[in-house]
Design a binder for this molecule. Structure first.
Ligand code: KG4
Length: 338
């Protein structure tokens, strides 16, 4: 009998629903929230209100595209955390309500596990998936971690940011350049035409496999402040070079520790995940690094990098196969480790 999972994601500012049947993706619908653009960042109260408006049409559309009705589902998987509590409550409550009304079980999913497990989403039977163990560089707006992945349920964070995430560095630096939120994709596009060696920004000197991005943010801000005193048009005239130099510095910081982790753990493959893994420079740098070391690189298709329910359905599928269901009384959690 087929195992068909509806995944629901509402941890931040994307409402998403997806259906996976026997590991094959049937639909993945994402409703993004433009309401936050005017504020330069996600406004939690507005995000939860938008989730409430989006959740019914998003789930309906995912089921429609999959050609299924709720009674065809084996289970409903939902992101339980980490994330914004008000946003998580919408997806969690909706998943539980739908489960009660259809009589199917619910599976709670850790959002960070889901990002890692996005590499197991297949769109056709013959598609290759990673072999365990592998290292995953998980980089998003809220996280920057190196994860040792031994099985779908055995993941260990071996390095993490001690302050800001890589996505935060992209977004905050973009903001001081006057770019819209989220700034990461704008920096990526501008970088294509810029010189990555035009400006030097500070890089952290911390031991082990941990990251730090707060010093880079400050160094970027001071470069702009000092140059704007001399020339009010400085940012406008140097947009592409600033973006390219910032992106190159972030990639260098990320790759330094990833290289060290590969040396320490001796894995045969490396994956990337999370919103920042959509970045063209990061994707190329990780591919080139893996090629140079004879490692297999797992670079996710762009729709599976930022928040999406396909990865939630995939993680839910793994848990379903282990009969790992969630009690309806379990609340969402804003903070949790992998
Ligand atoms: O994983 P995600 O969708 O949300 C969470 O943080 O959970 O990641 C969002 C982050 C934002 O910081 C955004 O600027 C960044 O991913 N991002 C990018 C790119 N696309 C998204 N950063 C750099 N280059 C991109 N192309």
């Amino acid at each position: 009998m087929s195992v068909t999972i509806l995944g629901i994601e509402s941890s931040c500012d994307d409402t998403s629903a997806a259906v996976i049947s026997d590991g094959i993706l049937l639909s993945n619908v994402i409703s993004s929230q433009s309401v936050h653009e005017a504020y330069g960042g996600v406004v939690p109260e507005l995000a939860s209100r938008a989730h409430q408006q989006n959740i019914v049409p998003t789930v309906s559309e995912a089921l429609r595209q999959a050609g299924l009705s709720p009674s065809d589902l084996s289970a409903i998987a939902f992101t339980r955390g980490p994330g914004l509590l008000g946003s998580l409550l919408v997806g969690t409550s909706f998943a539980k309500g739908l489960a009660v009304s259809t009589g199917v079980p619910v599976v709670d999913v850790n959002h960070l596990h889901a990002h890692v497990l996005s590499h197991f989403i297949r769109t056709d039977e013959g598609q290759e998936v990673p072999e365990f163990p592998f290292l995953c560089l998980l980089i998003s707006g809220g996280n920057s971690q190196i994860v040792m992945v031994r099985s779908p349920f055995d993941m260990e964070i071996v390095g993490r940011t001690i302050d800001d995430a890589a996505g935060e560095a992209f977004d905050k630096c973009a903001k001081v350049m006057g770019l819209p939120y989220p700034g990461g994709p704008h920096i990526d596009r501008l970088s294509e035409h810029g010189n990555p060696h035009a400006f030097k920004f500070s890089r952290p000197h911390i031991g082990g496999l941990d990251y730090s991005f707060s010093g880079l943010k400050t160094s970027f801000l001071y470069t702009l402040r000092d140059n704007l005193r001399e020339d009010p048009e400085f940012v406008e005239k140097n947009k592409a070079d600033l973006a390219a130099s910032l992106q190159a510095t972030i990639i260098r910081i990320l790759l330094d520790k990833l290289r060290r982790a590969v040396d320490m753990y001796g894995v045969g493959s490396v994956a990337i995940g999370g919103g920042v893994s959509a970045n063209s420079g990061v994707r190329k740098a990780v591919s080139d690094f893996c090629d140079s070391r004879g490692l297999k690189a797992w670079i996710p298709p762009r729709p599976f990098t930022t928040d999406n329910a396909a990865m939630v359905a995939m993680a839910g599928y793994f848990k379903y196969l282990e009969n790992d269901f969630c009690d309806l009384s379990k609340p969402p959690f804003a903070r949790v480790e992998i």
